[in-house]
Design a binder for this molecule. Structure first.
Ligand code: IVH
Length: 673
């Protein structure tokens, strides 16, 4: 890369950083995980270090936080509110200490004040003559938002301090946050407790802030006239005496080994804490040394944040729920004490199946290591057997379906010649309540009838109210009843009506897929639709339960044929098809066999800016292209949206597959000729 490209690449990264900075600080709704955000920041800092001609006023090396919102008056901090450098491992800590010794140029014993790094947002409180006169958010570190009235609604923040030795002019700084329990009640609106705290604290109306039980833990000072404290730990003790809440986990340690030992222990036990902590902060305890060490452009030389893993964490299994899926599969899900892994609060983790529970001997009450990496659903890696309680009992997987009480079984897989790991409910589909609900959810899902406004939650609600029992009931809904339900205004009822009506026009392949026949995914549904040519032909097959001839289709195997026969042996299933065929307008899909994506395979990763995956997929297919499900040699283009799975990109690059940005793919799509 020449200098021009290096600069261009650098500016793209800085712009990207500012975009995510705004989402994080101003909108309180980040789309990058904390680790991804930190990585982007570090990439920019590394580039600046490598090429000294790179600099920009919006770079993370020149700014912390985000410029204050227009909703509030601005206030200049008397002493800057800086951020902290991060350490991820022992090497980073050794390096941190080495730099301190180099700077001081003398080998004196060091002592560290160790404090939990609470994952909230920082605030600075100015007290004059014992009275709280103003409160400010961090903003960009120099200028914050004046949020005094909002901060005053927080019970932990004293309005007045009468203690004799309380300084006459001081800024007390600390973290505003929300307890995990309180966050649980708000979790539908925010991704994690930090966003909830930030969103609530920066409400225009303090009465809105008051509705959310915010907390405040104090940990440092800004402006401080006549500071005679010797150590940070002495200051923390005084904060407590003056009436502030300080962390009960604050400690003092003398060397890196002690820091690491405490970090390990704290990280593995952090799920017990009532609030989110994303690392530990180590500060040189001696305030005189802190003064000598001073600051780099945006962080102190005397402190570092030792972050916790962004991919795994320990927690305790509170219960094991057995979920019943659309095909009757019983899936065990562990309910765990909520723990924040890389910015996402995990309270449910998949245990896969009965065999997995037995193999790992997972029990209720166990402390387990959970992994949440990339797009993968959080799962249990191992049990910490040392923490197992004496009275713990082996988990017995239910032999009957927890929804309908039917017998469950593990099937013998003829191909693998093994007994399936998954246990299934043996009921006849719609007889089992949980299976029926899941079947209806599948029927309305994006890849099936795609009925907007009838999401999974609405299906559950309508089921509860006995408005639906079978897919065809969706087209006979009692809209009068719905408009009397809480949360259903005129507009949402009319939107629902419209989207249900629009869904009546459906391609045969989508229709076959939407019925939810086991082993008949969208690809098989396409094959069957192409072979059947019309809904009437398909209905003939159903009427006579005549599917053997489908084995002529390349891609249809014994398993699929058996599944079709089995499915339509059931009178309810048969009846559903005939009922739906009267209501819907089921058409054969006309595809352009010679479209611009002919013989080309695509795979999408990450969020697409302005369309759903289903829409993108259908656009590829409309242009005679195909979608594949993983990165393999057959793939021609990997299309990358926001927050992609980096593993997929790496694999594609390794295989020499072309990686396209989403915008590039759109250009290709819209190109004529
Ligand atoms: S000291 C100059 N102590 O971490 C050092 N910060 O990345 C100023 N934080 O903005 C911060 N717990 O929001 C300090 N015990 C603690 C902390 C803490 C959480 C946050 C704070 C700060 C960020 C730094």
């Amino acid at each position: 890369m020449d200098k021009f490209d290096i600069k261009k690449n650098y500016l793209i990264k800085v712009n990207e950083y500012q975009k995510h900075n705004k989402l994080y600080y101003e909108n309180s709704s980040p789309i990058l995980s904390d680790r991804e955000f930190d990585d982007l920041k570090n990439e920019i800092l590394k580039l600046e270090k490598k090429y000294n001609y790179l600099s920009n006023k919006l770079s993370p090396s020149n700014s912390t936080g985000y410029k204050p919102s227009k909703n509030f008056l601005k206030s200049k901090h008397r002493v800057q509110m800086l951020s902290l450098s991060n350490a991820f491992d022992e090497d980073d800590l050794v390096n941190f200490e080495k730099k301190i010794y180099n700077y001081l140029n003398e080998k004196i014993p060091l002592e560290y004040s160790v404090e939990p790094k609470i994952d909230g947002i920082s605030a600075s409180l100015t007290y004059k003559n014992g009275k709280l006169v103003s409160g400010t958010s961090r903003g960009d570190g120099n200028i914050g938002e004046l949020i005094t009235e909002n901060l005053k609604t927080i019970f932990d923040i004293p309005n007045e301090i009468k203690n004799d030795n309380f300084p006459s002019d001081i800024d007390i700084r600390g973290e505003v946050f929300i307890n995990k329990n309180d966050f649980n009640k708000l979790k539908d609106n925010f991704a994690n407790p930090r966003n909830a705290a930030s969103g609530s604290l920066r409400q225009k109306d303090p009465n809105e802030t008051k509705k959310i039980p915010l907390k405040f833990i104090a940990y440092t000072f800004g402006f401080f006239e006549k500071n005679n404290f010797k150590n940070q730990s002495d200051f923390l003790r005084s904060l407590k005496n003056w009436g502030f809440i300080t962390s009960k986990h604050n400690k003092v340690f003398k060397n890196i080994n002690e820091l690491i030992k405490f970090h390990n222990k704290f990280e593995n036990e952090r799920f017990h804490l009532e609030y989110d902590v994303d690392g530990l902060v180590y500060k040189i305890n001696n305030l005189n040394l802190q003064k000598r060490l001073g600051f780099t452009s945006n962080a102190p030389r005397w402190a570092i944040a030792h972050k916790f893993s962004a991919e795994n964490a320990y927690s305790e299994i509170l219960n094991i729920d057995i979920q019943v899926g659309r095909t009757g599969a019983l899936t065990p899900v562990a309910k765990v004490k909520p723990v924040n892994i890389g910015g996402v609060v995990v309270s449910n983790t998949s245990l896969h199946n009965e065999d997995e529970i037995n193999r790992k001997d997972i029990r209720i009450g166990d402390t387990v290591k959970i992994e949440r990496a990339g797009d993968v659903i959080p799962h249990v890696i191992e049990v910490d057997k040392k923490k197992r309680k004496k009275n713990s009992k082996k988990f017995i997987f239910p032999s009957k379906c927890p929804s309908c009480g039917s017998i469950t079984e593990k099937e013998f897989n003829k191909i693998t010649k093994k007994i399936d790991a998954v246990r299934r409910c043996t009921s006849d589909g719609y007889v089992c309540e949980k299976i029926a609900i899941e079947k209806i959810k599948h029927f309305i899902s994006k890849d099936a009838l795609n009925i907007d406004g009838l999401g999974k939650k609405v299906v559950e609600k309508f089921w509860e109210l006995k408005l639906i029992r079978l897919p065809q009931d969706i087209f006979k809904l009692n809209y009068n009843k719905i408009s009397n339900l809480e949360g259903w205004g005129k507009l949402s009822v009319s939107n629902l009506k419209n989207s249900i009506n629009n869904s009546k026009e459906v391609f045969l392949e989508k229709f076959i897929y939407s019925i939810g026949i086991r082993h008949i995914g969208i690809e098989n549904a396409k094959l069957i639709a192409a072979y059947s040519k019309s809904i009437n032909n398909f209905l003939e097959f159903v009427k006579n339960n005549d599917f053997d001839h489908l084995s002529d289709i390349d891609g249809m195997g014994e398993t699929q044929i058996k599944s079709l026969k089995n499915f339509f042996n059931n009178a309810t299933n048969k009846n559903i098809i005939f009922e739906l065929s009267k209501i819907l307008n089921i058409k054969k899909k006309e595809t352009d066999q010679n479209g611009k994506f002919k013989n080309k395979n695509f795979l999408f990763t990450g969020k697409l800016e302005d369309m759903s995956r289903a829409e993108a997929k259908s656009l590829v297919e409309k242009n005679s292209g195909s979608i594949v499900s993983s990165v393999n040699k057959k793939l021609d283009f990997l299309v990358v949206g926001e927050k992609p799975t980096s593993r997929k990109i790496d694999q594609a690059k390794e295989l020499g597959i072309k990686v396209l940005k989403y915008t590039e793919w759109k250009k290709l799509l819209n190109k004529t000729g």
